[in-house]
Design a protein around this ligand. Structure first.
Ligand code: ADP
Ligand code: MG
Length: 292
């Protein structure tokens, strides 16, 4: 089970806590599979020595996406990666939201700014604005602004471009303050369960740095409304179509826009799947992960 180090510079066997790991390990053991948690960037590991590698919490991939994809491609040549390499590569970069939008899925209205593209902050959406990089996790390098805060918005976009990122500029959806986001987990190709996640961006807080996944908070298991289920199903079908296989696991994160639920992101690399909150979820993932 591929995880990550507790912090930059920590020993590779000193792993950042992964709440999915204990229930997953038990479920794998119940199926006679021996699981060992390792850091994806442990230089001492021979990946060919594992029958398969389930990617669970490689969250620092977003710090070094190129290195991460080189690792994933090399590992996929000598063992079975879950999810497979092409799915990981597709899911790492939020430019896939354009593919989903092209397939008719409701996604948050987004202005895309490529690295090197001339852009100025005078044509912003009404109300508050979110600036975030296309490769991110846990709100890293993300911030929420007043639309009038053009100087700071422009500087943030430019800094992300400078770092080689494609930038997403979106309206801040106010429904997130009231109800947060609804994250729907798919296991073995099917909808399994959903959790409600609290809002994470504060106005005036500035750009989120460091290991932002440490700030993530889920309110617990929820029952999505029929319109949320419907949008998630559409998004999942579009993902399956785009990557050409059914991912073993994934998470469709939804927020409410003015016209109904829309996709915030689809997590195919290493989402927290709340296996510790939902009985039966870890066994379902273990069965799917071991399927030949
Ligand atoms: N357009 C938006 N409106 C409201 N909240 C947003 C918006 N974009 C991001 N957020 C908030 O920021 C968090 C992180 O953004 P997200 O798109 O999920 O990126 P990632 O989790 O990959 O860093 C979300 O969980 C949500 O709370
Ligand atoms: Mg997210």
């Amino acid at each position: 089970v591929a995880c990550c180090r507790r912090a930059d510079g920590a020993r590779p066997d000193d792993l950042y806590p992964d709440r999915d790991l204990p229930p997953l390990s038990s479920a794998l053991a119940a199926l006679d599979a021996e699981a060992v948690a390792v850091s994806w960037d442990d230089p001492g590991l021979d990946w060919a020595g594992f029958d398969r590698v389930l990617i669970s919490s490689t969250w620092d991939s977003v710090d070094r996406p190129a290195e991460y994809l080189v690792w994933a491609r090399a590992a996929s040549a000598v063992t079975t990666l879950v999810n497979p390499y092409p799915t990981l590569a597709w899911g790492l970069d939020k430019v896939y939201l354009r593919v989903l939008a092209g397939a008719g899925v409701a996604v948050i209205p987004t202005e895309w700014v490529a690295p090197g593209q001339a852009w100025s902050a005078h044509d912003l959406p009404d109300g508050e604005v979110v600036v975030k990089p296309a490769i991110s996790a846990g709100g890293r390098a993300t911030a929420r602004y007043d639309a009038g805060d053009r100087v700071r918005i422009g500087a943030h976009v430019a800094a992300l471009q400078q770092a080689g990122q494609t930038v997403l500029v979106q309206p801040y959806l106010p429904s997130v303050d009231a109800e947060g986001e609804c994250d729907l987990a798919y296991l073995g190709g099917r909808y399994s369960h959903a959790v409600q996640k609290r809002p994470s961006l504060q106005l005036g807080e500035g750009i989120i740095e460091g290991q932002p996944w440490t700030r993530m908070a889920w309110d617990g298991v929820t029952s999505p409304d029929p319109d949320q289920r419907a949008v998630a199903e559409q998004a999942w079908a579009a993902v399956v179509d785009a990557v050409g296989t059914v991912p073993v696991y994934g998470r469709v994160d939804l927020v409410r826009g003015p016209g109904g639920p829309c996709v915030l992101e689809v997590e195919l690399v290493d989402p927290y799947l709340s296996l510790d909150l939902v009985p039966g979820a870890a066994p379902a993932l273990a069965r799917a992960a071991l399927r030949p």
